[in-house]
Design a protein around this ligand. Sequence first.
Ligand SMILES: [Zn+2]
Length: 296
Amino acid sequence: MIRPLADRILLIEGKKEGRYPYSHSLYLRDGGGVLVDCGSDLDAILRLKEEEGLAAVLMTHYHEDHFLFLHRFPDVEVWASEEDAPALESFDVLLDRYGVAGTGQEPFFRDLFAEKFPYRPRTVARRIADRERIRFGGTEAVAIVAPGHTPGHLCLHFPSEGILFLADYDLTAFGPWYGDKPGGIGEFRRSGRMLAEVGAGVNVTSHETPVHEGSIAAKMEAYLAVIDRREESLRQFLRRPRTREEIVARRIVYGGERPGPWFDYGEWALMGKHLEGMASRGEVVVEEGRYVLISP
Ligand SMILES: [Zn+2]
């Protein structure tokens, strides 16, 4: 479904309400037609391209639910942040960013990105820096790099329209993703709060409910509190020393019946960040392959 947010800014709602493997896109009816992310709804994107044009796809970051349909547009320019561009240009860099290069999980990801999410390396024609002003014809956006989710995750602020696209700082009940190799809990929190402080009247995210009007300060705090709940559940589980396999199998992040390598990956990607933080604060040590909680 296509929904106007302003005269020249459209929201293309992702299939399945923008739940993974889909994500919402923006379409700017300006500057020859610019799509922001490419994982929403292929029919709607093709129709807009046909009727109004498509000069560029601006990628907020390199995740697969955002590049899902990008392979269908091999001749359209790709724009991205300086920090995330290398992962769109090289499959090896992408796998490294996911933290799976050279691990037992690499074959699963190679397969996933060959079949379900066809990854094609693309030359990034325009590299965007933090706070850069981007003109799309008569429409202007300020790029805001929000690290934590990915190192160069781009948000777009349209000051004249009062719209902020937060992409994967998505305010969902699931909570934040900070599991990429260069991702981090502290950075995610700082970015989330910085985005809430922009104070846009219309805040748009990539997943589930796309439009949040007015202040998102309270929603952002509730969203970031999921991080604390995950850590508290992990702390409870570590009342007995546990192996990595036991922590993964506990499904603290995803809950119950979620078998398979994708969820194994996601659990450890996030739990590993918590354990890193807890270890650096002296709350956890590793003994004989088990994570042991140090009592205060
Ligand atoms: Zn993402």
